[in-house]
Design a protein around this ligand. Structure first.
Ligand SMILES: Nc1ncnc2c1ncn2[C@@H]1O[C@H](COP(=O)(O)OP(=O)(O)OP(=O)(O)O)[C@@H](O)[C@H]1O
Ligand SMILES: [Mg+2]
Length: 187
């Protein structure tokens, strides 16, 4: 996986499987600290201490379909490849939070890739789970919240082609806009 958005998609699938009702994705690009931070938090079933201690081992999975579970361990490896850090915390009945920090300008830091595709795929989840996506570049922030979108849509489903198109464009434009604002700010 050479795009961070694909890791995010994979990690969020775990949250969906864990019956979360809200998945929060926060990305923070900070040139001052030279850090690219991704936080993924859910309010799903969480894990007990034993599961949590095994979760970043590629040979651990609670899947019954195959014997390896790669999602978490690959994300951890991606962070470590860019001299970054990985932390996972979880409490049964409360949820799970993963914090990965990448060295922003490291040659091995994978690009984000098509985050608008990742977020729109997540919006299409069958369980209607809400997604809160925040993206900060320096002091500028873009926020996408399915709870707000649902209110505006007033019953029109996310599966409507025009809705997904709108979501993708909103995210794309939002990210371009905070990039531009940040560039202006740093003049
Ligand atoms: N957010 C989460 N909430 C609850 N349990 C989780 C969460 N994330 C991971 N787990 C537990 O950790 C295990 C390992 O996760 P990981 O993503 O590495 O592999 P997997 O989901 O089993 O398989 P794969 O990601 O390769 O499809 C999961 O099987 C699940 O038991
Ligand atoms: Mg997984």
């Amino acid at each position: 996986m050479n795009e961070l958005s694909l890791h995010i998609l994979d990690i969020c699938q775990n949250s969906i499987k864990a019956d979360a009702s809200l998945v929060e994705i926060t990305i923070c690009e900070d040139t001052v600290t030279n850090l690219y931070t991704i936080v993924i938090k859910d309010n799903g079933t969480g894990m007990n201490k034993k599961t949590l201690s095994q979760v970043s081992d590629p040979f651990f999975t609670t899947r019954t379909t195959r014997k390896v579970g790669m999602g978490v361990s690959l994300f951890k490896m991606a962070a470590e490849l860019s001299e970054g850090t990985f932390h996972i915390g979880s409490t049964e009945g409360v949820g799970t939070k993963i914090v990965t920090k990448f060295k922003l300008n490291h040659i091995n830091r994978a690009p984000l890739g098509d985050i608008e595709d990742t977020i729109s795929i997540l919006c299409l989840n069958e369980k209607g789970i809400d997604i809160l996506y925040k993206h900060r570049i320096g002091i500028h922030e873009y926020v996408f919240d399915t709870r707000e979108v649902k209110e505006v849509l007033d019953g029109i489903p996310f599966t409507d082609y025009n809705v997904i198109l709108w979501i993708k464009n909103n995210i794309k434009d939002g990210l371009i806009s905070i990039q531009k604002e940040e560039a202006k700010w740093n003049l």
